[in-house]
Design a protein around this ligand. Sequence first.
Ligand code: MNH
Length: 471
Amino acid sequence: MARNDWDGRQFPHPGHRRPVIGDLLTVDRSRPIQSMLEASRGLGPIWELQVLRQRLVFVGSAALTAELCEETRFCKALPPAVAALRDYAGDGLFTAHNDEPNWQLAHELLVPAFTKSAMRSYHPTMVETASELFDYWDRQLAHGPVDVSRDMTKLTMETLTRSAFSQDFGSFRSAEPHPFVAAMVTALETGRRKGTVRTLPGGGALAWLLDRRFARHQDYVDDMLDDLIAARTGSDDQHDLLGIMLNVAHPETGERLSPVNIRYQILTFLVAGHETTSGALSFALHYLSRNPECLARARDEVDGLLGDDPTAMPEFEQVAKFRYVRRVLDESLRIWPTVPGFARGPRESTLLADEYRMDPDDYAIVSLGAVHKDPEVWEEPDRFDPDRFLPENVKKRPPHSYKPFGAGLRACIGRQFAIHEAVLVLATLVHRFDIQADPDYDLRVTERLTMLPEGFELTLRPRTRTAVPTT
Ligand code: MNH
């Protein structure tokens, strides 16, 4: 574990630090990330929190973030909460240490499967899954408003299981989640709680208890994936991510991923890819439902490209043309980055901001909630304004002031996947339905592994052909 002592330096911290527990009382356990961010107001661009035995140093300015993103000097670090996920994601892409050989190998084998053009092969699956959700909503309309975060999470999970290993869990055909999905969610939640618990005195024992209680969920998930991997071994199809991982050897070394590592990668895609994208979709829908002029612009754009059939779905090439919808997504991820931060440490001892000595076992957490609202860069940072992402406006900003997908070599490999899916779903949703939020709803954000709107409902009304202007 990183020592993180920063050469003995102390940074500003919220008041009332106590012996032993440190700043624990400033952290609201039901919304730790939001409460830590609120407590940092007024502390400047770099601050710290001491939570029991764990010390966290955060940066919140675009300038310090730009420096930490310099790949020659800094690289990804794994703070304890991320390292805790290694129990089930092992040396998969997200949780691998920079120097673990499986990171390099998996990265090189999988990058081609995540390029923009590779999205062409996932596009039909994304279209089909979104259509199933919309058909399900059509059948649900009489039952009142829909729970947006819940249904978006089902959607992104279903898209991923189909794209990653061609498994259809029928999320929109039955009321109960498939046992695999339920077990996955429980195993994930346990992993997250273990990450928190380990920092407590005696936390090792608590983590062990959690392990004992939830091991069967993890075993079920692992067994199912191992069976699936075994069943596909020997066939040479490469039509999904599993097929690529089983059948593509490294062009120079001939190396392949081991079956266990393939299981880690699949779990990683499911974990890293489903709640993150569903949160982004849900926040975007929240802001669209609150900003009628933005909704009208988004809809005009989509109507212009898809025409007057409300159930029309786009071709692959059309998705990139939903420019305004894309800006809505970008702006939503600015205000609510669903992955709230990432950690960076120096490759060799160095001075951050010419001032703070960092050694290789120190790390700083880039607090995206702060960086994306840095007043040096963003005017009226709390206002929702997708036009901030017009190309001419993007050019005016320093390059590292917006980092929802992380930085450098270890940045998000699924970025294009998430963007293609989210733009496709947002565009087709506003084309097919009128959306109406409860005017009394105030955005509440729940924190799981990622950030999601909580209790956010939309009343949907199908648009009719005549309501959609002909083009
Ligand atoms: Mn994703 C890494 C954000 C969607 C798979 N992702 C990261 C990081 C951020 C991130 C930030 C860097 C973390 C770090 O430095 O520690 N990811 C997102 C967001 C979305 C998202 C905001 C959606 C919106 N991610 C996806 C999807 C997938 C995916 C979809 C897979 C299908 N992400 C990954 C993987 C990594 C990652 C794998 C780790 C990459 C690496 O380290 O090599």
